[in-house]
Write a protein that binds this ligand. Structure first.
Ligand code: GAP
Length: 482
């Protein structure tokens, strides 16, 4: 099973310290969330799993970490200054600001025709907050957060204007030449980056699904034109498999081919991986939303940031760039702009999908409901909890703490003696700890401990000297699913 809705995860996340509403002591900040002790571990594990898969396990990949604030020209030539906007409408009745493309038609309203009617009237659209159809005409709202650079800059000084990056991708394109020359790479190869991005979303919401500050895991894979279509398809397949290998049920994943009218200005083809984020919705089609996008960006970005390309009159298209980001192919003696395949995922949406998918409930013999988070062991915030069976016995406590210390250099282990064993097990099950290790009276004699499996609740007796190796082997194995 998976979580019945996002609300179930919001409540678990707050109760157990995965995610808290940000700035809560000052009344909060809309759609901003802070990651608590378990949340930061889960995010780090997701990012490490992605980096290991994307960079370490391949022969054709480099990583970078570029600045969040870049030269304004980057966003001018990437097209973001002109086109990175959502269509915004105001509700004249309740003053809500709404995304035009997400509005639904009123069930009662009949659409109004004629040139005097606004496009919202013509579509019979209604405000989701008050139901009014009295909406303004849509206008573009640029999603980039603005800031000014320098202590002396006035707020409205255009020469000091800068943006917080809305995607990590552009940091990769502008470093293409530096990475190419320093790493001596040949096509095809990729550059990966993980980092924060910022978008002044018109309608953020659904917990960590859509926020104004979020983290992305993006990779730009540079290929020869002509090889792009096949390599694009290979990345679509392998990204889908990556989520499945992390334990996400395939029945909650699906592919979505973006139609031509939805494609970004730079894309030749984009396929999204959708997750069933809204299983509670009656309409099956509305249960799904984007987890990741895999785009064929063609040579748009490298061309756009290059000094060389000219228009029909011989005028440079980019008079500000000092470099040409083309590639010289030694084999064919040809120079060209590589095409780019871009798998782009959100860390936060991945965390949400993983939490929803891992959520399960089990009823004990006594009829009590227990929540078990069946996280892939590699993603679990805590790998092992060491629990002494008698907290008033110094020898048992001492041995349990020694076991914890022996494990902690290589895996995240915790010690807990703040409750009865049943309660301690339940606490660890709910946060997804794959192994509970109990130290009892017998342990003092046979130097062995009991290892309890989170998913089966089965117990095994393991010698302390073998424990590390035993856990490492079990942590590599995929988590069983119902
Ligand atoms: N460079 C391409 C790009 O940024 P995108 O589809 O806009 O493409 C990629 O973003 C991924 O980033 C999305 O699939 C989603 O997982 C995540 N993402 C985008 N906007 C987000 C937001 N406001 N809040 C949380 N995650 C977001």
């Amino acid at each position: 099973m998976s979580a019945p809705n996002i609300e179930t995860i919001v409540s678990l996340a707050k109760r157990r310290g995965f995610v808290f509403p940000s700035s809560e002591i000052y009344g909060g900040l809309g759609s901003a969330w802070d990651y608590g002790p378990l949340g930061v571990e889960l995010c780090n594990n997701v990012k490490q799993a992605w980096w290991r898969w994307m960079v370490y396990e391949r022969d054709d990949m480099e990583g970078i970490d570029s600045s969040i604030i870049l030269n304004r020209s980057v966003w001018k030539y990437s097209g973001h200054e002109d086109t990175f906007s959502d269509p915004l409408v105001d509700c004249r009745n309740c003053k809500s600001r709404l995304r035009y493309d997400k509005l639904e038609a009123s069930e009662t309203a009949t659409s109004v025709s004629g040139t005097a009617a606004s496009s919202t009237q013509r579509g019979g659209l209604k405000c989701p907050n008050c139901g009014s159809t009295d909406l303004t005409e849509p206008r573009p709202f640029n999603l980039m957060f603005r800031t000014t650079i320098g202590a002396t800059a006035e707020d409205d000084d255009p020469t000091a204007l800068a943006y917080l990056r809305p995607e990590t991708a552009q940091g990769i394109f502008i470093n293409f030449l530096s990475v190419l020359t320093t790493s001596r790479r040949k096509l095809p190869f990729g550059i990966a980056q993980i980092g924060k991005s910022f978008r002044n979303e018109v309608t953020p919401g659904n917990f960590i699904f859509r926020t104004r500050e979020f983290e992305q895991m993006e990779m730009e894979y540079f290929v020869r034109p002509g090889e792009d279509e096949q390599i694009h398809q290979e990345w679509i397949d392998s990204c889908f498999t990556w989520f499945a290998n992390l334990g996400v049920s395939q029945e909650n994943l699906r592919l979505y081919e973006q139609p031509k009218e939805e494609l970004a200005h730079y894309a030749k083809r984009t396929v999204d991986i959708l997750y069933r984020f809204f299983p509670e919705r009656d309409d099956e089609e509305k249960q799904w939303d984007e987890l990741m996008g895999i785009a064929n960006r063609t040579d748009f970005d490298l061309r756009a940031h290059s000094k060389k390309p000219e228009d029909a009159e011989g005028k440079r298209l980019n008079p500000d760039s000092t470099e040409d980001l083309s590639y010289f192919d030694e084999a064919t003696k040809e120079r060209f702009y590589p095409y780019v395949i871009e798998p782009a995922a959100g860390v936060n949406r991945t965390v949400l999908a993983i939490l929803m998918d891992a959520y399960s409930e089990k009823v004990t013999d006594k009829g009590e409901k227990r929540v078990i988070l069946k996280l892939h062991p590699q993603l679990a915030p805590i790998k092992a909890a060491i629990l002494p069976l008698a907290r008033n016995k110094p020898e048992i406590v001492g041995m349990a703490k020694a076991v914890k210390r022996s494990l902690q250099p290589v895996l995240r282990a915790v010690y807990d003696d703040t409750g009865g064993i049943g309660k301690l097990y339940a606490r660890q099950d709910e946060i997804g700890t794959p192994f509970c290790i109990t130290v009892d009276h017998q342990s003092l004699e046979d130097e062995a401990v009991t290892v309890r499996d989170r998913d089966t609740w089965e117990q095994e007796r393991i010698k302390v000297e073998d424990l590390h190796q035993y856990l490492q082997a079990r942590l590599q194995a995929p988590a069983p699913k119902d």
